[in-house]
Design a protein around this ligand. Sequence first.
Ligand SMILES: NC(=O)c1ccc[n+]([C@@H]2O[C@H](COP(=O)([O-])OP(=O)(O)OC[C@H]3O[C@@H](n4cnc5c(N)ncnc54)[C@H](OP(=O)(O)O)[C@@H]3O)[C@@H](O)[C@H]2O)c1
Length: 383
Amino acid sequence: MNYRSFGKSGLRVSALGFGCMRLPIIGDDSGKIDEEEAIGMIRYAIDHGVNYIDTAWSYHQETGEKVVGQALREGYREKTYLATKLPSWLINSQDDMQRYFDLQLQKLQTDHIDFYLLHSLNIHAWENYLKHKVFDWAEKKLADGSIRKLGFSFHDRYQAFETILNGYDAWDFCQIQYNYMDVEYQAGLKGLRAAAAKGLGVVVMEPLRGGKLALNPQPQAVQAVFDQSGKDWTPAEWALQWIWNQSEVSLLLSGMSNMEQMKQNIASANRSGPHTLSKQELAVVDAAREAYKNLAPISCTHCEYCMPCPSGVAIPDIFQIYNNGKAYDKKEQAVFDYNRRIQAENKADQCIECGQCEGLCPQHIEIIDWLKTVHAELYEASE
Ligand SMILES: NC(=O)c1ccc[n+]([C@@H]2O[C@H](COP(=O)([O-])OP(=O)(O)OC[C@H]3O[C@@H](n4cnc5c(N)ncnc54)[C@H](OP(=O)(O)O)[C@@H]3O)[C@@H](O)[C@H]2O)c1
């Protein structure tokens, strides 16, 4: 296994971490983990040099941590770093923080968490944490050793990332969504560089966009790019190597859901390293990205010239969700993202058709009409 520096911590982590959000399950119920298979996979990963296991309170309908805890018995806990996360959306006091943390230690059968994250921060969760003085609580845990490193995982716009990154001066690490299609999305490349420049370890999640960049074959236009490259890498390997090529990345988490994927990704990690891709190989990934972009119906480049919208509509984010749904043929995901990730006050139906955005859009997109289309296709009223 290749190991990499974890920011300025002095720790060495495996290039590949195991993201335990997509463990093998029995049937269609994500709450029913195939425990034997999952435990076998976690132990196989550790036996082959993986030393970073990532889980969270919410994974597998709150059953994930328990299975990870079982996997780490019989000496495995001592061989790996363990990461888990405080469920930000359930926290309304320091008592809540303490209660979930204690339950997590119990489920994970351990007395400390090596990497503890404030889970899925957006600007609202961040403000809520500040209100409840999360750092007063967390610093006590750091002092007594039950938390070894403190970080956050992130899902919001870049500006929120900067606010959070600079809003606490002792972050050890962060976890961001990053892959060759999300260079300018959420934290993106700018966020990766900003965090690394401050000495944080940077953990990459969703390196395959939750599996969408690994479909084999890819959409025809994308597959053609890989086929013409002269290399026999799978689409998954192209995506993973592109991330490992970047020295600012400490490790990437792959949510491997079967043993075959795990073996392939361990082999890929063993071939990886910063600055190992040639110019030609990087050009292949650029071409795959372009091919994907051409599959998107709205020609939005997320430049944000249209922002801020006077009515608060999150125009580029909404178009990105819609485009992703179409390009990857994942309507369900787009519906989920639109309804769960875009707040009511930022949804497309807040548009008052003032037209300011259309005057500013360098791509001349008919934004008002597209907003109506997207809302009609993706909005689901909550009960
Ligand atoms: N903190 C947060 O807010 C947050 C959010 C998301 C994720 N995470 C963490 O980050 C981890 C990684 O994210 P992710 O699970 O979305 O990772 P990902 O690597 O982008 O997607 C994982 C999926 O990719 C496919 N895959 C993996 N290796 C493959 C291979 N060699 N060949 C073909 N397909 C392959 C599998 O899809 P199929 O099952 O469809 O085959 C797998 O389920 C998560 O597991 C979780 O631990 C954290």
